[in-house]
Ligand binder design. Structure first.
Ligand code: WT7
Length: 655
């Protein structure tokens, strides 16, 4: 693995203050090591103890882990629970009046909702779902803006045992169609529109269009939350307003008890090949680890005001908005709008207004807010903060230092949390009262998580060399399957040569303290603004356009987004020479990709050539394309290239 080299050499170390250590849930390195040792000595006993302490079981489990059909692991299998019960009913006796959600709308309007009220609304909506015949095991697509209702929709599904599949509101009708179709969803929950940055952005039309793109006969109900009261086309056959659905429904709904392995949700994510993968999560194991990570990594205290800025369309919004904070009985902030409206101080103002203690966001957001208003945080009182978090991609040390000094005022530890859609919860992250932190590393694995760095055949790499990041033992919150495709699940995550380890798809290395440094993806997956996008998907979208004969997509480093998307396109007809014509075609293709996948996947630049650089066996040489996209001189060996002249063409044309 000598080809994976680390360029970073960060030596700053930050220790938690004595005060922080004293109050921490896991206080000091010895406490962390004791938990690790407990897991090491008795793996099943460790997870079994935590599952008993943290989850209200309707029926207790008798067996912790079943590995007999690896890699199809089963956790707490004969136990029965309900996730919504654990998030809501559990708190009714102790803290019914506590605020569960502080919702701030795009225009600044604030709505507080207590645990008692949230429970009532979830029950009422769950009864509404039942009135449409929706039952345990049915798949329900949620295509909603950030709102209390989005959380209500997810929790209501969990309450009746329906499996939700949340589709990010920024995805196109085509992506939405593919997800509806793949999961054979029976219902779609959406809203007329979403409000972002002072604008009304319609959502329902994308659902209408999705249903025309192919076989969606499974869908019998489209439930529409009225957010913007804008004109909305209506199909009386299956459309129903949210407010009509819940009218007259009872605010009591007995939870559907499900087995611990019952799928709580599917969430689609990009892979390196083929269509997006429907990552299927469990109920018991998933709930356990989102709760544990809140206690261990976020050092959760009942007095906290927790704010994770992620959209519920991503895994972060599932684990640290819709489930984790509610399972802990926390007060959390949910924000409808964008961080730059009305200006780039919005987050900082909201931290001040809502006295946020724990703030969890992505490096891409931090970088863009630095760029748009480095000194804006000074205008606000950020003294409520006690802990900061980062997720989605490696955080560069410059952004880390700004976050630490400007937002955390050199007082708040930063938890840089490494995990994935497939892991469900934080895997490698500091326990902030236990270990010192360094800018750019996610530090050490959570207790019970056995991560490692291995070579191509699953052997540990020595010293500080780079390699493949793996997790060596099954863990409760891990992906259970790719929906409808068990073979792909096995091939993607447990390839034979990896010794039965879970292959994360990232490269990483350890430093002298055993801290993990993530170096990047090993597959053709881009990380744009903290979100995984398959180059394959973007390539297929481009190739599907009538003007395009062939396309290749690579990433190049980008100051704010982490990675930008560079596309190399061969057109069917002659390559146009006129710059205006070229720009026009580039724009058409960008818009096309936006429509096929979503605006997030639009190429930042498109280069046109008469061909793509290929080996004699016809393989596109992506390494070369990456070099060209970066604007670097080509120093690689091009002797195996079929058509070297093409390089000059591609180097020159950026649009
Ligand atoms: C990929 C997972 C986990 C929620 C958001 C993204 C990258 C994630 C970190 C981090 C370095 C990170 C990895 C990972 N990643 N967090 N703290 N440091 N890289 O979820 O879309 O499933 O993407 O994001 O490459 O594999 P996802």
């Amino acid at each position: 693995m000598s080809s994976i080299e680390s360029a970073l050499n960060e030596i700053r170390v930050f220790h938690p203050s004595e005060e922080f250590v004293k109050q921490a849930n896991v206080s000091g390195m010895d406490a962390y090591l004791a938990l690790c040792k407990e897991a090491e000595d008795d793996y099943q006993g460790f997870w079994g103890r935590l599952a008993n302490e943290n989850i209200a079981w309707k029926k207790p489990f008798t067996k912790v882990l079943d590995e007999s059909n690896a890699p199809f692991f089963k956790w707490f299998e004969d136990g029965e629970l309900n996730v919504s019960y654990n998030c809501l009913d559990r708190h009714l006796a102790t803290q019914p009046k506590k605020t569960a959600i502080i919702f701030e709308a795009d225009n600044g309007a604030v709505t507080n909702i207590s645990y008692h009220e949230l429970h009532a609304r979830v029950c009422q909506f769950a009864n509404g779902l039942k009135s449409r015949g929706i039952k345990m095991g049915d798949r329900v697509v949620v295509y909603m803006p950030m709102s209390i209702e989005a959380v209500v929709a997810m929790q209501a599904c969990a309450r009746i045992g329906a499996i939700h599949s949340v589709v990010f509101g920024g995805f196109s009708s085509k992506s939405l169609y593919e997800r509806i179709h793949d999961a054979k969803a029976c219902a779609v929950i959406t809203s007329d529109a979403q409000m972002r940055g002072g604008k009304v952005i319609p959502l329902k039309p994308a659902v209408d269009e999705a249903l025309t793109l192919g076989d969606c006969r499974s869908v019998h109900s489209v439930i529409v939350y009225q957010r913007a009261k804008c004109d909305t086309a209506w199909n009386a056959e299956h459309d129903i307003w949210w407010h009509d659905l819940i009218a007259g429904q009872s605010e009591v709904c007995d939870p559907q008890w499900v087995g611990a392995e019952h799928p709580l949700f599917i969430l689609y994510t990009s892979g390196s090949t083929g269509a997006p993968k429907g990552v299927q999560h469990s109920s018991g194991g998933y709930l356990l680890m989102v709760k544990l990570s809140l206690q261990w990594v976020f050092d959760y205290k009942p007095t906290d005001v927790f704010w994770c800025t992620a959209d519920v369309g991503w895994i972060t919004g599932h684990s640290y908005v819709a489930y984790g904070p509610l399972a802990m009985g926390a007060t959390q902030v949910i924000f409808e709008g964008v961080p730059t409206y009305p200006d780039a101080g919005r987050f900082w103002k909201m931290i001040q207004d809502h006295k946020v203690t724990t703030f969890y966001t992505a490096p891409t957001a931090i970088r863009s807010l630095i760029k748009l208003g480095e000194d804006l945080p000074d205008k606000y009182d950020l003294s409520s903060l006690r802990l900061l978090g980062s997720v989605g991609e490696p955080i560069n040390p410059d952004a880390w230092m700004w976050y630490y000094n400007k937002i955390g005022q050199a007082r708040c530890p930063i938890v840089d949390t490494w995990w994935q859609t497939e892991t469900g919860a934080n895997m490698i992250a500091p326990l902030p009262g236990a270990m010192p932190i360094k800018p750019g590393t996610c530090t050490l694995p959570l207790p019970g998580i056995k991560s490692g760095i291995v070579d191509e055949v699953g052997h540990d790499v020595l010293g500080q060399n780079g390699g493949f990041l793996v997790i060596k033992r099954p863990f409760p919150s891990q992906i259970r399957a790719i929906w409808g495709d068990p073979e792909r699940y096995k091939k993607s995550y447990f390839p034979e040569e990896m010794n039965g380890y879970y292959l994360a798809g990232d490269s990483a290395h350890l430093d002298e303290d055993g801290y993990t440094w993530i170096m990047g993806r090993i597959d053709d997956v881009l990380n744009v603004s903290g979100h995984r996008l398959g180059t394959m998907e973007i390539e297929s979208a481009l190739a599907a356009h009538e003007l395009v004969s062939e396309a290749a997509v690579v990433g190049r480093p980008h100051d704010i987004k982490g990675e930008a998307i560079s596309a190399f396109v061969v057109l069917k007809g002659a390559r146009p020479e006129d710059p205006a014509e070229i720009r026009k075609i580039a724009q058409i293709l960008r818009d096309w990709v936006g429509k096929q996948i979503g605006p997030i996947a639009k190429p930042d630049e498109i280069r046109f050539g008469d061909n793509l650089p290929k080996t004699r066996s016809g393989k596109i040489m992506r390494r070369l394309l990456r070099t060209i996209a970066k604007g670097d001189e080509i120093t690689q060996d091009v002797s195996t290239l079929e058509n070297p002249a093409i390089l000059e063409q591609l180097k020159n044309a950026v649009h």
